[in-house]
Design a protein around this ligand. Structure first.
Ligand code: GLC
Length: 434
């Protein structure tokens, strides 16, 4: 069976965003941001205060860093030497879910089970040493409100996490209790931060001219240094990093696949932007479009963004690798012309994602520049989609050029690999050294 040409074209056009529309999206992102700066309830983004600014670069000492933001939990012991230098002394990691064995992110798991598991991993990172004092920075990458550097309270799970008893709680309190239960209360969490903030701190520790940090991975979100933040009473709090939680940005038109996916998701109506761009969801959109093309709408194939990246990377004449993936997941041997179309579809979904992410970066660059000149700067990005997904980085760069025009030379993106760990250690240092 060959795909219907008209239907295929129509689907590709649903995933295509031209220049003009991209400009409009960047402008509405900026507008939503400005609304939120005046009154956060008016923005579709949560725009959460981080209670931290940029590091001075002089932060030093030994810290523990917990990176909790996806299915893989990591703990590091990091020695900061100042001047952008650091050393990772120990690194341990474990997934929160091993299918068939255990699952700490499902509805049946409890906060206690989840945090006991994390405390066990921390204990491994300190080799069971329950005497030495350790300060811990905690990268907790879910939307949380805080009014100091310690007390992030989870508003709502994202990224399809569903563990009971964590929403509404202070993540560090749950961690402190678990550490106590383990006899490891010599470990003291002193700072909590979103992964975007961690990436920004980590990148700014090493390189000047960085004010925007982003994660482009399982989830997607961005933070930036806002020069003047006010508390709800209008009292100025100075410059501070704002975690936008822009995965929830919703002032752009979704296509019918976006809508349909959202309706059937764990949290309908939430994280609309993230569901259009991030690694957790691209494979889902891809599968939905394929099921239409194959005339079996509604069928789920379990396609992931990793499958998409392998399909896109297949540059062979006969697209053998791509065909194998389709055979394994979709269960059909397709004609070469259709495999080529599937590859085109995967590319279109990735390109749309990269262009949308770039539009959000440009909105922040515009906002920081105000009516002045755009400053020379790098946007620090971490995450598997940015790092590994073919077409992602190059299409961000292309879209930045399209949107920034003559200022394009002022802004580029740089990879900050592992920022979630290093940033947490820097935040801990900023908390204890202030
Ligand atoms: C989700 C979370 C956000 C995090 C992002 C990247 O959007 O809500 O806090 O920064 O994923 O991990």
């Amino acid at each position: 069976m060959a795909f219907n040409e008209e239907q295929f074209k129509e689907i590709i056009s649903e995933f295509t965003i031209g220049s003009e529309r991209l400009h409009t999206i960047a402008a509405s992102f900026r507008q939503d941001l400005q609304l939120g700066l005046r009154d956060v309830t008016q923005s579709s983004m949560r725009m959460l205060k981080s209670y931290v600014g940029l590091p001075s670069g002089k932060e030093t000492g030994d810290y523990l860093a917990l990176d909790f933001g996806g299915t893989n939990i990591r703990v590091f012991r990091i020695k900061l030497d100042g001047g952008g230098k650091y050393e990772i002394i120990k690194r341990v990691g474990r997934p929160l879910i091993v299918p068939g064995e255990y699952d700490y992110i499902c509805k049946d798991a409890t906060a206690e089970q989840m945090f006991d598991f994390i405390a066990e991993l921390i204990d491994e990172a300190i080799d069971g040493d329950h005497k030495t004092k350790y300060y811990l920075g905690h990268t907790f990458s879910f939307p949380s409100t805080q009014d100091n550097l310690y007390n992030a309270r989870l508003i709502i799970w994202t990224k399809e996490f569903a563990t009971q008893g964590v929403e509404g709680k202070v993540a560090n309190d749950l961690l402190v209790e678990a550490l106590k239960r383990r006899g490891a209360d010599n470990v003291e969490p002193v700072a909590v931060l979103n992964d975007t903030v961690a990436v920004l701190l980590s990148a700014a520790y090493k390189t000047p001219n960085i004010y925007i940090g982003s994660i482009y991975a399982t989830g997607h979100n961005t933070c930036y240094l806002e020069p003047s933040i006010h508390d709800p009473n209008g009292v100025g709090l100075g410059g501070m990093i704002l975690n936008l939680e822009c995965g929830n940005f919703s002032k752009l038109a979704p296509n019918r696949f976006d809508k349909e996916y959202d309706e059937g998701s764990e949290k309908p109506g939430e994280q609309r932007f993230e569901k259009m761009v991030s690694g957790r969801y691209m494979g889902e959109l891809f599968g939905m479009a394929i099921s239409e093309l194959l005339g079996e709408k509604g069928k789920k194939y379990g396609l992931t963004s990793i499958d998409m990246s392998m399909i896109i990377l297949d540059d062979s004449e006969n697209l053998g690798k791509a065909s194998d993936i389709i055979m394994a997941k979709v269960g059909k041997e397709l004609e070469p012309a259709d495999v080529k179309k599937i590859k085109e579809l995967a590319s279109a979904i990735v390109i749309r994602s990269a262009r949308l992410v770039a539009a959000s970066f440009v909105a922040l660059v515009w906002q920081r520049a105000g009516s002045g000149k755009i400053q020379k700067q790098h946007v620090a990005v971490d995450g598997s989609v940015y790092e590994k997904m073919p077409l992602a980085k190059e299409n961000i760069t292309k879209a930045l050029m399209e949107l920034l025009g003559e200022d394009a030379g002022q802004v580029d993106t740089i990879l900050d690999n592992g920022g979630s760990g290093l940033g947490a250690a820097i935040a801990a240092a900023m908390a204890v050294q202030k």
